[in-house]
Design a protein around this ligand. Structure first.
Ligand SMILES: Nc1nc2c(ncn2[C@@H]2O[C@H](COP(=O)(O)OP(=O)(O)O)[C@@H](O)[C@H]2O)c(=O)[nH]1
Ligand SMILES: [Mg+2]
Length: 254
């Protein structure tokens, strides 16, 4: 089974289209969708209503907690699948990439990371300022953490990983970027990157703030001294759009 962990903060208008696209992307693949929600709007009510008729949906609502990374770590602890995915709720991560990642995992990856920065990928959904901030953040992360060096897109928050690698890992969800925490603290050896196109947010608002950037820097600095994965022996593979299409087609035939 595949567990999809989705942190939500005020995403009421995105839940229904998100779930529809997730189910549409995974025909015949058993999955559960775990929402870890800190919303102040009607998001939890929307999720609960859908959960009445959709048994794949799990809701964990937190009344007095906040924070993207702590939400995702909570989701990991609830996950029952062999593979665990993490994805945003706002459709900036197109749910169709779940099938790409799942195909990569079936091909033997420890971790599947869709990337905006390999042929076939695109960073279209960010404005110039956000591109600059996120590019600088990636650069600093790669300087300080050897395990991130060969990974082209470690800051998007979109990935799938073997659940067994999460078990027992000392994840310290202080920051915003849960993916770098997973790469640095889990025994991830085989990474497979697949291209994807990052989209504009249509509903709701971004929660990115200066505070988030500062937390990211603190997180990277902490990992600089505590990372369990020093990057040695890591193998990064990349699929072209053609290769990806071929592998998806082959797994449909199988
Ligand atoms: N549970 C939870 N989810 C959050 C929190 N902050 C953001 N999120 C969710 O994390 C994802 C990414 O947030 P977003 O604001 O789109 O960040 P951006 O894409 O970097 O602008 C979305 O699904 C948000 O709803 C939070 O404090 N708690
Ligand atoms: Mg977003």
């Amino acid at each position: 089974m595949l567990s999809i962990v989705i942190p939500t903060y005020n995403e009421k208008d995105n839940i229904a289209p998100l779930l529809e696209r997730i189910h549409g992307a995974l025909p015949g693949i058993e999955h559960e969708v775990i929402f870890v929600d800190d919303s102040k709007d009607e998001t939890p009510a929307v999720i609960e209503e859908i959960a009445k008729s959709d048994s794949t949906v799990v809701l964990h609502h937190r009344e007095n907690e906040k924070g993207l990374a702590t939400a995702v770590v909570k989701g990991f602890s609830l996950a029952k699948g062999d593979f665990v995915a993490c994805m945003d709720a706002d459709l900036q991560h197109p749910p169709e990439v779940l099938l790409d990642m799942h195909t990569a995992m079936l091909a033997g990856a420890d971790m599947a990371i869709p990337s905006r920065f390999i042929p076939g990928g695109s960073d279209g959904g960010l404005n110039l300022w956000r591109k600059f901030v996120s590019g600088t953040a990636r650069y600093i992360g790669k300087i300080l953490l050897p395990c991130l060096r060969k990974i082209t897109d470690p800051t998007s928050g979109l990935f799938m990983v073997k659940r067994e690698l999460l078990e027992g890992a000392q994840l310290n969800p202080i920051g915003w970027k849960i993916m770098i925490e997973v790469i640095a603290m889990c025994q991830v050896k085989k990474v497979l990157e697949t291209p994807y196109v990052f989209h504009d947010r249509e509903n709701g608002e971004s929660k990115l703030s200066t505070k988030v950037t500062i937390e990211y820097l603190k997180q990277v600095w902490h990992l600089r001294f505590h990372a369990a994965n020093n990057g040695k022996g890591m193998k990064i593979m990349r699929w072209s759009p053609e290769k990806l299409a071929e592998r998806i087609e082959a797994s449909k035939q199988a």
